[in-house]
Design a protein around this ligand. Structure first.
Ligand code: HPA
Length: 266
């Protein structure tokens, strides 16, 4: 981890205060970053690279709405098979670089039937039903507690900021619980019904590992999900990745305006 950290440090001018992980089809926000310094994942020692279409991998350091930030364009998903440690490695580096806030974003399937594809959902909590946890293993007490509290993982002040920003931008921001499935399969209709019964509003294949790690390290978290499709079995049609990318690119503007306004108010 240290040579990764040292390499990145040698390339940047300012340490970031905010980290943002850009989900499927939401990577465009990176083009709005001022004075950007781009580092390809493949050029960073020990940094894992993502293999998924629509997830080109680079870190972009710079300023957005006047704040120093680093954006991850492309994330590693657990389903890629590199293991949970690689999945959360970039988040650990962001934390080591000193971010105080992490904005996590993703594309996901709507479980709550009052949602529509194209909606943005503020994550208020999550369900990890996978049996996978990135903190399993020895704990370094200097980094965080052995048994981290998750009662306030999705910071209330940041959520209020996001709600106000959406109000100013004149759109309805949904709020709900995100349930992590490992993927790479989309859920079955029965799993989606189960997800609804246990209290999920959306299902997806990312975000939760990074959130667990950042919360362990005391970073304040804001989660924004793009509902790209209704989850399996809700509508009488099959799901596919092209639709996910298509819908998330259509809501880029709404998403970008929201994130910029949120960062302005942070
Ligand atoms: N399920 C899981 N992950 C997803 C979905 C979904 O329906 N849509 C986009 N990512």
């Amino acid at each position: 981890m240290n040579r990764t950290y040292e390499y990145i440090l040698s390339k940047i001018k300012n340490k970031p205060e905010i980290g943002i992980i850009l989900g499927s089809g939401l990577g465009n926000l990176a083009s709005q970053i001022n004075d950007p310094i781009e580092i390809n994942y493949k050029d960073i020692p020990d940094f894992p690279t993502s293999s998924v279409k629509g997830h080109s991998g680079k870190l972009i350091f710079g300023k957005l709405s006047g704040k120093n930030l680093v954006a991850m364009q492309g994330r590693i998903h657990y389903y890629e098979g590199q293991g949970i440690d690689k999945t959360v490695f970039p988040t650990k580096i962001l934390c080591q670089l000193g971010i105080k806030y992490l904005i996590v974003t993703n594309a996901c399937g709507g479980v709550n039937t009052s949602f529509n594809p194209g909606d943005l959902m503020l994550i208020k909590d999550h369900i990890n039903f996978t049996g996978v946890n990135p903190l399993i293993g020895p704990n370094d007490d200097k980094i965080g507690p052995r048994f981290p509290d998750q009662s306030f993982t999705y910071n209330k002040d940041l959520r209020d900021i996001a709600k106000n920003a959406a109000k100013e931008l004149n759109f309805e921001l949904k709020e709900g619980v995100y349930m992590w499935f490992t993927g790479p399969v989309y859920e079955t209709p029965a799993e989606v019904r189960m997800a609804r019964i246990v209290g999920a509003d959306a299902v997806g294949m990312s975000t939760v590992p990074e959130v667990i790690v950042a919360n362990h390290r005391g970073v304040k978290i804001l989660g924004i999900s793009a509902i790209t499709n209704m989850a399996a079995g809700i509508l009488d049609k099959p799901l596919n990745h092209e639709e996910v990318i298509d819908v998330s690119s259509k809501i880029q503007d709404k998403f970008e305006n929201l994130v910029k306004k949120v960062i302005e108010k942070m």
